[in-house]
Write a protein that binds this ligand. Structure first.
Ligand code: F6R
Length: 607
């Protein structure tokens, strides 16, 4: 939901850094792009509608003078994608430039007020009120940081704001409430960005900026103050372990494919999370009255699979609620004895953050499972488990899903130990099966990639596909259907296979593709019945099955196979991989960019 970058350095031009940083942020939005720098006491600006490379071809983003600059890649909320609505936005005198991520709820009222004072607007965005308000405060004699502070007192909504003025070419001011911003530091240069990968090639030293704080960045460092009382904040520098290479395509045509191939490593690293961190989370669950999983999208599918793991291994059945609907579902039924487990790879999803805020207002404790250190959710949580996927750039979540499942599996085992629901011998068997995951995940990729590519060649023009699974495999089917919809735009629906004959079967006709997820678990014999029902109606059966499941091969038109060795509770981990690959190749076959699906952005920071 919009990517922001800012840099102030002692010497040297910032243009090509801004351009490259925006490319690393493009997954956050790609409707339009813009940069502004300061040189010789003047703002210089280039912006337009379109993807970064299209705009670069037209405007040459590498040529814009100055050693201080800000940039933005947009995911439109207010105002269509156009040159005028692209950020940065400016004041009337063209002295103040602002980039913003978030939504200003009261912008119409502010805009009316500013217009009545004579301000002229050149866009339809909510953002543009900010530079005009800063202009007024600066003309009253306030410094840029004080002007920005005053603006935050008037605006309602969520925001990450970065501003600079041609009257001071050594300083960038930034603030946030509800949208991410991190500061990067190295000798002679300071950076600010929506996400760490943007400045990774320059530095691994990061300083967190929290909601309700304003920072003044100069080439020599960052000065952070509280918005509420102006008091100075001491904040230590954190070293991030991610590497710049991880944020590059590394020879793969797309980030999504690279990230699918990184899954064995991501799982391996997540299996190394310190046991005390997992055990502490298990303790929270063990002591809770009701346990809620809150998540959206793919993270919600991890929650669905996690419920099965918890029920089967620990005798605990959490309630899964979509974070977006949680306040309207639970009303006031929460108590301080309840626990929320918020699953969010970015840690910045507004739906999830708002649901957690709702829960916290009742004194509910919060455990976060997230991939991003320092993200908003971790600052609200009583305890956090950090998954170890490294940066995920492809908009469609793949390796972050894998590590969420891996963390949930470890948590289910730790909880099982506390509840004693299954005996130790059984828990040990399950634990050993988890240890095999990295090798199995690797084998699943190599075994199925070519098949996925070929199948995409056969099915790419099918208008609709059905994904079915039972038990934990319903989560796998849901994730397979979501991946397909979001990057290949084929209509896809997932159901519990049990539910399929209660309605969805009416869709089925000759050669209608139905994808069944069928691990060797206790649901297998029932799902065979569902396959037969679909076959009888002429469906083309595609199955994801165990390597030597000859019987199901006999019932299927096409199949993907998964090596044995993974316990049924964890089957989503290997079984979803062929479906990720299938979606990827469907998108490619249809000529779409799998990394940048239309209308989507990597983290959804609006309600
Ligand atoms: C799908 C996808 C989204 C996210 C959802 C939640 O590929 O990426 O459905 O899973 O927006 O995002 P996080 O996990 O960051 O809260």
């Amino acid at each position: 939901m919009c990517g922001i970058i800012g840099v102030v350095q002692r010497r040297g031009e910032v243009a090509s850094f801004l351009h490259q940083a925006l490319k690393r942020l493009e997954y956050r939005g790609y409707d339009s792009v813009g940069v502004t720098t300061i040189s010789n006491g003047q703002l210089h600006m280039k912006k337009d509608k379109g993807r970064i490379e299209e705009v670069h071809k037209k405007l040459n983003l590498d040529e814009i003078p100055g050693c201080i600059g800000i940039g933005h890649t947009r995911w439109a909320t207010h105002g269509i994608p156009s040159m005028y609505n692209a950020h940065p936005h400016f004041d009337c005198k063209n002295e103040i430039a602002v980039v913003h991520n978030g939504v200003i709820d009261n912008f119409l009222e502010l805009r009316k007020e500013l217009k009545s004072k004579g301000h002229e607007f050149s866009s339809d965005t909510d953002t543009e009120v900010i530079p005009h308000m800063i202009e007024d405060y600066v003309s009253e004699g306030l410094t840029l940081d004080n002007a920005v502070t005053e603006v935050t007192r008037r605006i309602e909504g969520t925001y990450a704001i970065v501003a600079m003025t041609s009257r001071d070419d050594g300083k960038i001011v930034c603030t946030r409430d509800g949208n991410p911003l991190v500061i990067g530091r190295r000798e002679g240069a300071t950076y600010v960005s929506s996400d760490i990968p943007a400045f990774l090639p320059m530095t691994n030293d990061m300083i967190l900026l929290l909601d309700g704080e304003v920072a003044t960045l100069t080439a020599g460092g960052a000065e952070i103050r509280k918005l509420s009382d102006g008091s100075e904040v001491e904040r230590e520098t954190i070293k991030v372990s991610w590497t710049a290479d991880q944020a590059q395509k590394g020879g793969f045509p797309h980030f999504m494919l690279k990230e699918i191939h990184e899954q064995p490593e991501a799982v391996r690293n997540t299996l190394r999370i310190r046991p005390e961190v997992i055990q502490e989370a298990a303790k929270f669950i063990h002591e809770a009255r009701n346990v809620y999983f809150l998540a959206m999208g793919t993270s919600g599918h991890a929650a669905m699979a996690g419920r099965h793991m918890f029920a089967s291994l620990a005798g605990v059945l959490p309630i899964f609620e979509l974070a977006s609907d949680f306040p309207d579902t639970v009303y006031n039924s929460l108590s301080k004895d309840d626990l929320v487990i918020a699953i969010t790879q970015s840690g910045e999803t507004t739906d999830t953050i708002m649901a957690v805020k709702h829960a916290k207002s009742f004194g509910v404790k919060v455990v976060a499972i997230t991939n991003v250190i320092g993200s908003s959710i971790t600052r609200m949580a009583d305890h956090s488990i950090f998954t170890q996927a490294g940066p995920e750039i492809g908009v469609a979540a793949t390796k972050t899903f894998m590590v969420q499942l891996t963390a949930l599996a470890q948590l289910a085992l730790a909880l099982g130990e506390l509840t004693g629901f299954v005996d130790n011998e059984m828990l040990e068997k399950k634990r050993q099966s988890l240890e095999k995951l990295p090798e199995i995940v690797s084998e699943v990729i190599s075994r199925n990639e070519e098949k996925a590519r070929r199948l995409a060649g056969l099915l790419y023009d099918k208008p609709s596909l059905l994904f079915l699974g039972r038990g934990v495999s319903q989560a796998t089917a849901e994730e397979g259907a979501l991946k397909l919809k979001e990057i290949s735009y084929n209509h896809a629906e997932a159901y519990s296979a049990g539910q399929s004959k209660h309605g969805p079967i009416a869709l089925v006709h000759d050669e209608y593709p139905v994808i069944f997820v069928v691990p060797r678990d206790e649901t297998r014999w029932r799902i065979v019945g569902n396959i037969m029902e679909m076959k009888a109606r002429g469906a083309s059966i595609i199955s994801v099955i165990a390597k030597d499941d000859e019987e199901l091969k006999g019932f299927s038109n096409h199949w993907f196979t998964i090596p044995e060795g993974i316990e049924p509770e964890f089957s989503t981990i290997p079984y979803v991989i062929p479906l990720q690959l299938f979606s990827y190749y469907m998108a490619r076959r249809k000529g779409f960019d799998p990394d940048k699906p239309r209308n989507l952005a990597k983290s959804v920071t609006v309600l």
